[in-house]
Ligand binder design. Structure first.
Ligand code: AMP
Ligand code: GLY
Length: 423
């Protein structure tokens, strides 16, 4: 099978690594890919949201399956585009209707309410109802959670302790703080607990498989301090997501989500990412995403023991049937090396050395590129993730810290406490 994977991050590196191992994979293209994905296939200079160019490429190269890594093409309707223009193409990822689970927090909240899925209480407001929004804030206890309705590159959620500041932020958001994305703002009840990420593959007909559960580390600083990032590390499995917890997740969240999509007439074929919070042993949904997580994928893919490609192809065809998804029992810990200054401004083009010292650890490139002189250089905030298997969390974490420690580029930073909270 000839496969085209869209995206360029650590998530796509891990997906490319896994897909390329499939006996069914005759050729893998990654568009645009990064400085590391060339090891698993052929990088192609295409923008994931340039649908006509992707279509032309697929026709020319006989692509049979498109796997969409990131949310932007999904929210922009890549499935709908191919359904109209090249209906024979198989694609992993929902249409724009399903992608609204990530593209609109208001839509996602209404979906959860409609289908009885546990989530924080909420109300939505626009510039016309800003005064009602301020009154609603007065009825809540701090901290106040304000979310831009639309995609805001992971920055659209504000958590504010002070009521007056929350009211001011609500006005700023509705006034265009995140552009069109915050024309509607969701205000919700604050939930307290530990978060984890659950990933589901579903085929649009009610069949689904649950991938290994993971926890990511969002803050830049050790001890979960400082600014939010795209993710500084991940662990899979997650000790608190035990069988009892996961049974509740399946019963109360996964099944109603999959059947809710069908009831709503949404033909959802792809990954569903459940951002969950454990509130005193009870799982609640913080958010939906319509793709895999990054860096969770870098810890999850190494734990998928089955060949992934037949599963992805079956999802796209709508016939997961009784295909098995076996899970590797080992623990995987991922540590991300980032550019100095990230998530603020940072330099690019720093030469990276030491990738050959990773030993048994897997390196998944994120923000890397090959420069004109053929050198591996930094090209983004998150640069390279190292994932290691271990018998337990300390064992896997120690190996990943060693691999990341052996990497060298000017300004390299990583959190040395990834997974410590779970030991
Ligand atoms: P989101 O973009 O929806 O994932 O939100 C970003 C982060 O904000 C989440 O990962 C949580 O850590 C936090 N968050 C979002 N909603 C809530 C909530 N209702 N209660 C507590 N924390 C929240
Ligand atoms: N790691 C969280 C995300 O991918 O959104």
């Amino acid at each position: 099978m000839t496969v085209l994977l869209l995206g360029s991050g650590g998530r796509e590196s891990a997906l490319a690594w896994k897909i390329s191992q499939s006996a069914q994979c005759s050729h893998l293209f990654i568009a645009p890919g990064n400085g590391g994905t060339g090891a698993f296939g052929t990088n192609v200079a295409l923008k994931p949201t340039d649908f006509p160019a992707i279509e032309a490429f697929c026709r020319e190269h006989g692509v049979e399956l498109i796997v969409v890594g990131n949310e932007d093409p999904l929210v922009a309707g890549i499935r709908d585009y191919f359904a109209s223009n090249m209906p024979e193409m198989r694609l992993v990822g929902p249409g724009a209707d399903g992608a609204a689970l990530e593209g609109s927090k208001d839509f996602a909240k209404k979906f959860m309410q409609r289908h009885g899925i546990p989530t924080a209480a909420y109300c939505s407001f626009t510039s016309e109802t800003v005064d009602a929004g301020c009154e609603f804030l007065q009825t809540l206890r701090p901290p106040y959670v304000l979310k831009a309705d639309g995609l805001a590159a992971g920055k659209g959620v504000l958590i504010i302790d002070n009521l007056d500041e929350a009211k001011a932020s609500l006005r700023e958001m509705l006034g265009g703080m995140f552009g069109k994305a915050s024309a509607t703002v969701v205000i919700e009840e604050f939930l307290s607990g530990i978060e984890c990420s659950v990933f589901v593959l579903t085929d649009g007909t009610g069949n689904y498989r649950v991938l290994p559960v993971a926890k990511d580390y969002k803050r830049i600083g050790e001890g979960d301090t400082g600014l939010n990032t795209g993710g500084m590390g991940a662990v899979s499995p997650v000790p608190f997501a035990d069988e009892t917890f996961m049974n509740k997740v399946e019963e109360r969240i996964i099944r109603p989500t999959v059947s809710g999509l069908i009831k709503d007439g949404i033909d959802y074929r792809g990954f569903i990412f459940l951002g969950l919070i454990n509130v005193g042993g009870e799982p609640m949904v913080i958010e939906y995403n319509v793709r895999m997580g990054d860096p969770e994928t870098e810890a999850v893919m190494p734990r998928v023991a089955s060949d992934l490609l037949p599963l992805l192809d079956a999802v796209a065809r709508g016939n997961l049937g009784d295909l098995k998804l076996d899970i590797d029992p080992r623990t995987a810990v991922t540590v991300m090396a980032v550019s100095g200054g990230y998530p603020g401004s940072y330099a690019k083009g720093k030469v990276i050395t030491g990738t050959e010292l990773a030993g048994e650890s897997l390196l998944f490139h994120a923000g890397t590129d090959i420069d004109a002189e053929g050198r591996l250089v930094t090209s983004g905030g998150r640069v390279i993730a190292a994932t290691s298997y271990g018998t337990d969390i300390p064992d896997a974490a120690a190996k990943s810290f060693k691999a990341i420690g052996a990497l060298d580029f000017e300004g390299k930073y990583y959190r040395r406490d990834i997974a410590n909270d779970l030991i």
